[in-house]
Design a protein around this ligand. Structure first.
Ligand SMILES: [Zn+2]
Length: 239
């Protein structure tokens, strides 16, 4: 059984929605990605809507180390110390904060090219990234590993080098993380300017396209049920 959660983040003029996935399989209750910082209360409410509490979570799967995916994991871990934190080998040091976030490195490099006015925003973003809590990873998984029965890890690098998605095997549903986003009824590259390796990203999209999935759950955009293969073909042709 799965539930798509919705978390809302107020960005001033924009209200951004993100969609972690909650998977219940046997004894396991798995949260895939965990929102921006300070979204613990919203996560709690969403878990409650699905009939659970934070303490019921057994695992948290992290697709990659971006702030909007790991932001509230530190708080979740504080409230549920036994929850198992899972990510890829490549993402681990960035999640744990033993290596500088690739997003922060990218932001700082980008800021060098900005004029004074733009720099203010750029530097505010970089400073914000520095406040993201790191969290200890318990388990490393790679392509083809299972985190529960029928819940399979699919390596989808590009957006970040260690990015991974989650396949619900029996229903052919893929939680894409940021390997794909869904906007205005179309599947798109999630934030191309934030995609660290666009060639790898397109390879991952091709891989997803070859999987013949029934549904996609995009962290940015939510559930995609119709026109998946058409939308993916269009995306692949235009690159
Ligand atoms: Zn994201």
């Amino acid at each position: 059984m799965y539930n798509i959660l919705t978390l809302k983040f107020d960005m001033g003029k924009d209200l951004i929605e993100v969609h972690p996935l909650l998977i219940q399989e046997g004894e396991e209750l798995i949260l895939c990605d965990a929102g921006y910082p300070n979204q613990l209360q919203q996560i709690e409410l969403e878990l409650k809507r699905c009939g659970f509490t934070m303490r019921d979570l057994t695992k948290i799967f992290i697709s990659h180390h971006d702030h909007d995916h790991i932001g509230s994991i530190g708080q979740l871990k504080e409230n549920n110390p036994s929850v198992e934190i899972i990510t890829s080998e490549i993402e681990k040091p960035f999640v744990e904060g033993t290596e500088k976030s690739l997003r922060l490195i990218q932001a700082e490099e980008y800021n060098e090219s900005l004029n004074e006015e733009e720099k203010e925003f750029g530097e505010a973003f970089a400073n914000y990234l520095k406040t993201i809590n790191s969290v200890k990873v318990n388990t490393i998984v790679g392509d083809g590993d299972y985190i529960a029965k029928g819940v399979k890890v699919v390596s989808t690098p590009g957006h970040t080098p260690g990015h991974q998605s989650i396949l619900l095997e029996s229903e052919s549903i893929l939680f894409t993380g940021d390997a794909l986003a869904f906007e205005n009824n179309r599947l798109i590259i999630a934030n191309p300017e934030f995609t660290l390796d666009i060639d790898e990203c397109m390879k991952s999209i091709r891989k997803i396209s070859d999987m013949k999935l029934s549904k996609l759950i995009c962290y940015h955009g939510g559930l995609v049920e119709n026109g998946i293969s058409e939308s993916l073909s269009e995306l692949l042709e235009n690159e």
